[in-house]
Design a binder for this molecule. Structure first.
Ligand code: AMP
Ligand code: MN
Ligand code: MN
Length: 326
C-alpha cells in the first residue's frame, strides 16, 4: 500500500534534520497516539524533532511515552520538515503551523479523514483506515522503524479511541489484525481501554447530566445546546462533547445526534454523529468543518442562539434529503 507515498515521504525525511510533528487542535486519542508514535519512530531514526499542538494533551493520555514533550508554543521555529498527523486540512494544525515563518517547510500529511484536502507535499492518506495510527502502523515499519512496546501502545491508543473500542462501522478484520499485532508487540489493551476510553472525571458526568437535561428532539434530530455558563458550572474544561454526542446519536429515533457547546472566546464547538444511511461529513464541511461520514464537527463564531438556528436548520435539511436516499 501507498508505494509511491512511502518512497516520496522517505525522500523528504532523508533530507530533513529538524522535524516539526503537529497534530490537530483539541487533540483526541488518535491525535496524541499518532503524535507520540511519530516521535518514537523519529527517535529510532536518530532525527531531531519537536512534538506540537495548540492545545495540551488531555490528562487521560499521560500514560503515553513522549506526551510530556508536547509543546503548545514553539521555543524556536527553524524546521526543515513538518509532519501533520490526524489533520484533515491545514487549519487543523492551528497556530503552531500558521505562525511558522514563510516560506513554510514541506509537509508530509499523514491522515485518514475522507474530507482530507491533500494539503501536503506528500500525502499518506487512507480514508479506509479507522485512525491515523492505523496508517502509521503501516508507514513507520516501511521506514525501518521497529514496533517497540511504547510505540505499539501509542498506535493501539489511536485505534481504540477512534473506533470507540472496536464499535464503529469501519472496523474490519484488518483492524483486529493490526490491534492483535500491536498487543503481541507489547501494547496493553486493558490499560488503553481503561485509561483512554472508560475512566473519566466527575465533570464529564456533570456535562452529560447538563446535556441530557437540555436535550431536544425534532424531525429526527436529537441535539443538545450547552452555554458557556452551563459548561463552566459542570467544571468541564475540555473541547468536544466527551462522548455526549454518541449517546444522543445512539438512539433508535435519532437520525443525527448533535452537541453545540460554547466557550469563553465566543466560539461554539459543534459535534455530529449518525448511523448509515445518513452521513454528516458534508454537513460539517458546509459549516466550515470536516470529519468522517458518521462522525464530524465544526467550530463556529457565536452567538450560540444564532449558531443553533443555523446548525439545526441545516442538520434537519440533511436528514430530510438523505432519508429519501434510503
Ligand atoms: P468530534 O465530534 O470532536 O469527536 O469530531 C468528530 C470528527 O470531526 C473528527 O474526525 C474531527 O477531526 C472532525 N472535526 C471536528 N471538528 C472539526 C473542525 N472544526 N474542522 C474539521 N474537522 C473537524
Ligand atoms: Mn482526531
Ligand atoms: Mn483520527
Amino acid at each position: 500500500m501507498f508505494a509511491y507515498e512511502i518512497e516520496a515521504s522517505k525522500a523528504l525525511l532523508a533530507k530533513a534534520s529538524r522535524i516539526l510533528v503537529i497534530t490537530h487542535i483539541a487533540p483526541d486519542g488518535d491525535a496524541i497516539g499518532a503524535l507520540t508514535a511519530v516521535g518514537l519512530g523519529l527517535e529510532q531514526l536518530n532525527k531531531q524533532f519537536t512534538l506540537a499542538c495548540d492545545d495540551q494533551a488531555p490528562n487521560r493520555f499521560s500514560f503515553l511515552t513522549l506526551v510530556d514533550r508536547l509543546q503548545t508554543v514553539l521555543t524556536h521555529n527553524a524546521y526543515d520538515l513538518v509532519i501533520a498527523v490526524d489533520c484533515g486540512d491545514m487549519q487543523r494544525m492551528g497556530c503552531v503551523f500558521a505562525d511558522l515563518p514563510d516560506p513554510k517547510p514541506p509537509i508530509i500529511n499523514l491522515d485518514h479523514h475522507v474530507t482530507n484536502t491533500m494539503f501536503g507535499d506528500v500525502n499518506v492518506v487512507d480514508p479506509k483506515a479507522n485512525s491515523a495510527t492505523e496508517v502509521l502502523y503501516y508507514w513507520l515499519p516501511a521506514l525501518g522503524v521497529t514496533l517497540t512496546p511504547p510505540l505499539a501502545l501509542s498506535l493501539l491508543t489511536g485505534i481504540v479511541t477512534d473506533t470507540l473500542g472496536f464499535r464503529t462501522v469501519g472496523v474490519t478484520p484488518r483492524t483486529f489484525e493490526a490491534a492483535g499485532d500491536l498487543m503481541r508487540a507489547g501494547a496493553d489493551l486493558t490499560l488503553v481501554m481503561s485509561e483512554a476510553l472508560t475512566l473519566k472525571p466527575l465533570s464529564t458526568l456533570r456535562l452529560w447530566q447538563m446535556g441530557l437535561n437540555n436535550m431536544r428532539f425534532e424531525d429526527g434530530l436529537l441535539w443538545s445546546v450547552i452555554s458557556n455558563e452551563e459548561r463552566k458550572a459542570t467544571g468541564f474544561e475540555g473541547i468536544g462533547s466527551a462522548g455526549l454526542v454518541n449517546m444522543l446519536a445512539d438512539v433508535y429515533q435519532a437520525a443525527i445526534g448533535a452537541v453545540l457547546m460554547a466557550y469563553d472566546d465566543g466560539k461554539v464547538y459543534v459535534s455530529f454523529r449518525c448511523r448509515p444511511p445518513y452521513s454528516v461529513s458534508e454537513l460539517a464541511l458546509n459549516l466550515g468543518g470536516g470529519g468522517h461520514p458518521l462522525a464530524a464537527g465544526c467550530t463556529l463564531e457565536g452567538p450560540l442562539s444564532k449558531v443553533q438556528e443555523m446548525v439545526v436548520a441545516m442538520a434537519k435539511e440533511t436528514i430530510r434529503s438523505q432519508s429519501q436516499l434510503s
